[in-house]
Design a protein around this ligand. Sequence first.
Ligand SMILES: [Zn+2]
Length: 384
Amino acid sequence: MNNLIKVSILSMLLGACSEHHGVDNSSKAQNIVVSADSNVAGTATSEQVPVDNGSSQTFGGKPSGEDKARDNSGCNGTLLNGVYTEENTTSACEPGQYTVDIDINDSTFGSAKIERSNFTHGEIAKILISPIEGFEIANVSGCGGTLNKNTYETASLEGSCSVEVQFKATGRLMLSFDDAYLESWWEKAHPVLDSYDMKAIFYINADYVNRPKLKEYTDLLFENGHIIGHHSCSHQFVGTYEGDYMADEIERCIDFYKDYNLKHFAYPYGWAGWNAEVEEKLKARFETVRLFNTVWNEDGSTSSRPQLSSSIDGVIINGNWEPVWALLDKAREDGRIVHLSSHGINDSCEASNQGWRICLRDLQLVIDYAHSIGLELGPPKSWF
Ligand SMILES: [Zn+2]
């Protein structure tokens, strides 16, 4: 015989509800509602009975079985064999009006939405936790709950409680390719990127796009969601340029970029071409200005200089990927963005190791590693 009785009691305050907790409310009466599932044993019926504080009330039905003594009121009362006794509490008793407060370490990182604001005794509150792009749930605690994917379920509530939600940045791998190796970008890089649903940035020298086919590849990359960036018209050193760099190397070829939502610039030769005066103008003209670095240290750090990007060309890496993995691991841990830069794509890794290019296998290796440790892939939304 199934002796399990499920009895739930929803109590509500009768009459004027005191808003002042802590005052003497000893004469307050409550409506206690006893309800029973239709398939449980016993004869508990749903009804409302006013119960004065400190007194008992017998309900019409009488539940039987093991669960008969459970107090579900949320007050200090007890339910035994259908008799509910309210303890003589000195503070306002508001059974079934528990709240679950939510504290978020930084609400710009995400949100936490609770299904409603009030809960009755014994209920479970569900909280949907939604980090914004680039962030993840680091920890959720409180109210005895458990996290399942993005939903935090509290334990059966025995009072008001609070849940603490902590978000952290996920970390991200961005890849960019410079100059005008358009055929290899479209034919070789794009399929690999696409298999990870990853977008990349292609910093193009407009003067090099001197055949209709190259313009077609540029269109294809853009139409497939990749970012087209500016890499100057003719790839000269910025720092030693004689003449009006902005007019000659930015505005002169800007027509090439007019259909590509141009926002980003990368220095030709990276740090080697840096110039303070032009830097100011570039920063005013573009949303981001990328300097890349070619130095990799053994510990995975790339340089003591401000770091936006590092090269993964064969001539730099030369088969030693350990510093790159270390940097990606660190980015995952700290929630940082790593921006790795290359040029053309080769089938042969031996050939790639001699030059400013990466082989297809290594490209796949980098993306696969970042993916395997949980880094976000591709530029954040703000770059598009
Ligand atoms: Zn370049």
